[in-house]
Structures are given as C-alpha cells and as structure tokens.
Write a protein that binds this ligand. Structure first.
Ligand SMILES: Nc1ncnc2c1ncn2[C@@H]1O[C@H](COP(=O)(O)OP(=O)(O)O)[C@@H](O)[C@H]1O
Ligand SMILES: [Mg+2]
Length: 367
C-alpha cells in the first residue's frame, strides 16, 4: 500500500506557538510510520515556514540551523517546494494532506485554511468559515443566538468606543447586562489572553482597556456565576459524533492562561459527574453548534452548567483544540473508546472525505 504523504504543520505566529509544538509532538508520535510519510513543517513566530527531517525537534530547541524554506502550494495541482542552499526550488513529492496543528490566530481562524482551499489541498479540521466563526467570539455568539443555542448575555464594543467613551460604555454595560462580575475578552484570541474578570466599575475600565490591546473588537459578558465548566469533543463531517463530557476544575479564580499552561494544576474529571439528561442536552447543543458554523473534522465545545439549576450555556467552540496526549479533546475520545492513534487516523480520513466532497462541487456553470 502506498503511504499517504502528510504535512504536519506546527508553531505559528500566535501566542499558542509553544502549545502547538506540544500538540504536534503527540500527533507525530501517533502517526503510524507504516501508513504515513510525514513532512515536518514549522512556522516561526515571525511567520517563516521551515522544513527538515527533524524540524519539530529543532523548533522545540529553538535551533533553526539547516532548516529549509518551505513554499506551500498556492495553486491546484502545484506541489510544495523547499529552497536548497543555493535558493533553488526543489519539489517535495505531492502532499496528500495537510495536518495543521496550529492554535489561535492565523492557524485556527480560517487564514491558513484559505491557503489550503486555494491550492485545492486536503486538510484536517474546519474550513474557512467554520474556523473564522469559531474564532470570533462576537460573530459566534450571534450565530448561536440565531440557532436558539443558549449563551450568556453579552455586548460587543469597538476599541475606538472604549478609548473615546469609556464612561458611556461602562454605563451601557451596567444598564444592559445587570450586576457584576463581568468578563471582558478580545473577540479573536484564545488561551484566556487579554481576558479579565471585573468585579467593579474600575475593574471594568481596566479590563476593557486590557482587552482592547489585543483586538479591535471587545466582548463583555455577564458571568455564568456559580457554574461548572464542562467540555465535549465532536468528531466528523456531515454526521458529527460526540464523546462523553468532561469537567475542568480550574485551580484559580477562572480558567486563566496561568491555570491552563503555567501551573498546569487544573484538573480534569472524565466523565463529568452530571445527570444523563444534562449530558445528553450538552451533546445535542454541541452538535447543533458544530453544524451551525459548518465545522468539519473536529472541535471541542465548552459549556457552563449552573450548579443550582443545571442550566446550560455554550461558552465557545475550539476548532483546533489542545491536542497533546493529556489534553481534554483526545482524553474525552479515549474515555469514549477511541485511542489517540485511532483519532489521528480518523481525522486524516475525514480530511480526505471533505476534499472529495469539494471535488464534486461545481464552481461555474458548465454546458
Ligand atoms: N461569562 C463567563 N462566566 C464565567 N466564567 C467565564 C466567562 N467567560 C469566561 N470565563 C472563564 O474564563 C475562561 C476563558 O474564557 P474563554 O471565553 O473560554 O476564552 P478562551 O478562548 O481564551 O479560552 C473560561 O474557561 C472560564 O473559566
Ligand atoms: Mg476557553
């Protein structure tokens, strides 16, 4: 059997560069060498694409010596190339599928997916629209509202409003969203970067300004209050399947950047201890949300479940969730009977299936 040629992409320009290297290490370990021929492609923090037989290891050590520039295909039927010492382009045999293990801006937001679409390449995960809507907390919430999926009340502001009319903005939040605390968030980031929990008007002013450093558009949300954080993994294209649910036990006041990556102390409870009716409802909302934003391949859907009432709110969908072997996304599948290597195989199959769907689509009228 001919091996499938997989380009594994990692690193990237986002703040989640290092998390991506950890995810990619786990994926690389799981890719069966009997079935796949892997080309390692790292993207530096500056956005350079580099390839080499041990590119991942070199990225982990921040030693880029001897790596070659990788030139991704931008046209259908054109192969990928790398530049040798004399900057001559040499073709890499045609790649069958791209596996972007990139979190955050440029990797998870539709930008790189657009490049794969231009090249008519198969790639793992959601397409341009699904990635972009999953990433943008503002548009995402509007799509959820339109689909009757419960989310906490929120308002969206532009950076200019926050900079020029802060007192008006604060008054509007207090009037329309009710009492403190509120959460302030940049619309398009991840890993809790730029997110604050605001307990007073002065906190709120600071939180808005902080979020405005990271985006032009800022979301303010009512707090889900006394709630648990429950996540579910989704896998599939047209018929997405859900895993068992898992609960996050944040070690800090909320699931902040520090508790995600620095202390590493947040605990996972799998499966989450919840009544069946609640987990079934969560799984149903996850599938509806996945379909509403036209996800493909995989996503992790994150919910709040109020302690007193078990009322459910969808918080967000991550189209390229953390993917290390101890991350929630693969662990939920493991608990549902799918091992990490099986999951990786399935994602590649889904990428090829999605490409064959695309190949059937006509882009202009033919006579
Ligand atoms: N409305 C909210 N109510 C309660 N907690 C929240 C709310 N929004 C965010 N949080 C807390 O902040 C964390 C990060 O927020 P989230 O919207 O998931 O951003 P990110 O995309 O960075 O993961 C959540 O996991 C949760 O702990
Ligand atoms: Mg989150």
């Amino acid at each position: 059997m001919k091996k499938l040629r997989v380009a594994l992409l990692f690193g990237g320009r986002s703040g989640e560069h290092d998390v991506s290297l950890m995810s990619a290490r786990s994926v690389l370990n799981a890719l069966d060498v009997e079935r796949y021929d892997v080309t390692q492609v790292g993207i530096t923090l500056d956005g350079a694409w580099l390839t080499g037989a041990s590119a991942l290891e070199q990225f982990e050590k921040k030693d880029f010596k001897g790596l070659r520039h990788f030139i991704p295909p931008t046209q259908p039927a054109a192969g990928a190339f790398y530049a040798d010492e004399s900057a001559t382009l040499r073709e890499i045999a045609a790649l069958d599928v791209f596996f972007p293990v990139l979190h955050g801006p440029f990797g998870e937001d539709g930008a790189i997916q657009g490049l794969f679409e231009l090249a008519n390449a198969a790639y793992v995960g959601a397409g341009v629209a699904g990635s972009a809507v999953g990433m943008d907390k503002g548009i995402f919430k509007d799509v959820m509202r339109a689909n009757g999926i419960p989310i906490v009340d929120s308002l969206l502001f532009l950076r200019a409003e926050i900079e020029n009319e802060l007192t008006i903005v604060i008054a509007k939040i207090e009037k329309q969203l009710g009492g403190y605390p509120f959460f302030t968030k940049p619309a398009n980031l991840g890993s809790s970067v730029g997110i604050s929990k605001c307990n007073s008007a002065s906190d709120l002013g600071e939180g808005l300004m902080e979020a405005a450093r990271y985006d032009r558009r800022i979301i303010v949300e009512r707090s889900a209050g006394d709630a648990r954080e429950v996540e579910v993994s989704v896998l599939g294209n047209e018929n997405p399947q859900t895993s068992v649910c898992g609960e996050i036990l944040p070690s800090r006041e909320f699931y902040s950047y520090e508790s995600k990556y620095i202390d590493g102390t947040s605990g996972l409870v799998i499966p989450a201890q919840l009544p069946d009716a609640v987990t079934n409802q969560i799984r149903e909302y996850a599938v509806r949300a996945y379909q509403a934003i036209d996800c493909a391949g995989m996503a992790r859907a994150d919910f709040f479940v109020e302690n007193a009432t078990h009322k459910i709110y969808l918080n967000e969908i991550n189209t390229l969730p953390g993917f290390t072997s101890i991350s929630m996304y693969p662990k939920l599948w493991q608990a549902s009977g799918l091992t990490y290597p099986q999951l990786v195989d399935r994602l590649i199959e889904l990428a090829l299936e999605r490409k064959s769907q695309r190949d059937r689509t006509e882009y202009r009228r033919t006579v």
